[in-house]
Structures are given as structure tokens and as C-alpha cells.
Ligand binder design. Sequence first.
Ligand SMILES: O=C(O)CCC(=O)C(=O)O
Length: 294
Amino acid sequence: MPTIKHLPSNTDSQIISSILAEDGALILDNVVSDAFIASLREETDPYMLGTSNGADDFSGFKTTRTGGLLSRSKKCQELITRPDILSACETFLAPFCEAVQLHLTQIIRIQPGETAQAIHRDKWAWGKHLSHLEPQFNTIWALTDFTAENGATRVVPGSPTWPDNQSIREDQITQAEMQAGSVLIYSGSVFHGGGENRSQEDRIGINITYALGWLRQEENQYLSCPPALAKQLPDTLQKLAGYAMGQYALGYYTPPGAPGEHPEVVSPAYALGKAVEHESMGDLDKALSTTQSG
Ligand SMILES: O=C(O)CCC(=O)C(=O)O
């Protein structure tokens, strides 16, 4: 039976990055406290409990998925911007981008009687066009213990470089068993899926994922967290959500209005009331030096 490495919460980002490249997944044990989880659940349980089950096999007929956590939960905001996680994420994705972004936030509650989800790669969200690169850095924070019985994530360690059409045998799959407060970190390339819940309790995790800054986000952050809400967020979160240029010329917009009322070509930061350089599409020097050196 393959295994997932368990590492201490203070593991260096370089080590996380290299294990992730090879194994596709690892667990950091006991990163957040019971008190942290209790506060997070106080903020998010009302939304989770008001969420209907999935409408198809992949989403899970006995699974609820609750998003929009960027604006709904301050504790979730803390998880998103943890310096240790962001540093590991940036190290891992650095070969493929100049900036990372928030990809999705989702509380996944797998309820008793749920069957195992199909094994898949998360990067298939973009179709099968990205087989040559690593677009994603993913986390699932355990809000309850994750056990083999209650549906701990099924993972195929060592699978990031396998072909997309690889058939997966049961003996190549293990489960991310971990205590509440631990986090499963996994790549967009590793084969994995939600587990079957044979227990009498819910398995609850909070899935926070990041992606290359030049890709489309799975959860549309501009709609889940529109400017009126994004204005209230700290700067780091605004940028991660996408209220910043992705790189030169990437993501600018033209504010609607009367002729001459607004500058013509601006960073999304303008929508938050921030002063931006007039008709600037970002840092051209940086873009050119990246192109030349790349
Ligand atoms: O909840 C889990 O353990 C994994 C879920 C998953 O892989 C997915 O929904 O894509």
C-alpha cells in the first residue's frame, strides 16, 4: 500500500515543494488548533447547513459544497493568507508564473452513505491542455478527523507524471487519514478523489486551492466576492482574488461611464477605489525582462 508522507507543521517550503513534485501529496500534521476550527465553523456552519447535496455523481449526491468563503469567513481568510502555505505555493508554482492567485474556496462535507468519487486530476478543470505543466497548489484542511471509514481523500502517491489515460488500480490508492487541524497539500496533477463514507458521521474539510495567475479561476472570485465586498479585504487577499494585474496587459479593464469620466485602461484595483496609474497596463519592464530571460 503506498503512503502519504506526514510532516511537521513547520516544514520548509522547499521541502514541501519537492515532495509535492514527486509524490503529488503530503500532510502537515496539527497545523491549526481546535479553537481555530471551532471559530471557523461558527462562521461557516450556517452556510454549510443551508447547502443542498450535489446534483451529480462527481459532486456527490450525499456531499455538500459551500463556496464564497473569501467574503464569508475571516478564519478562512486567515487560512488563505497563511505565510507558510503561500510561501510553499509560490515556490511550487514559480517555474510557471509570475504571480499566483486564489482558485477556489469550498467546504466539502461528505455525509454518511456517500460513495467514492471518481479518481481524477484537478487540472482537468482546464481540459487536458496542461499535461506539460503544473498549474495548481491545493489544500484540504481537516475540520473533522479524516479516517478511512468517513471518507478521507483517496490519493495515488507518485502519480503526477502518469499519463492522463492511466487506469488506476485499488492497490495504488491510499487515503489521507489525518487529525482535525491537519492539512492535505496536493498538486493539480496527482490522481485523487473524495472517499466513501461508511461511518455515521460527517467528514468535513475546507478546500482552498491556488493556481497560476494567468489561468481562469475555478470559482469566479469577481462574482463570489464583488468589488463592494472585496474593498473590505486586506491588500494581499484582494490581489490573490484577482483585483490586480496578472502580469503586463493581463486583466485590465475599462470602467463603464460617460466619455472621459474614468481612465481608459486600468488595473482591477481601480474597481476597489484604489489609485492606479492612468492608462497603465502594468509593469512592462518586468514583463520584457521575464520574456527575455525565459
Ligand atoms: O473532498 C475530498 O476529499 C476531495 C474532493 C475532490 O477531489 C473534488 O471534489 O474534486
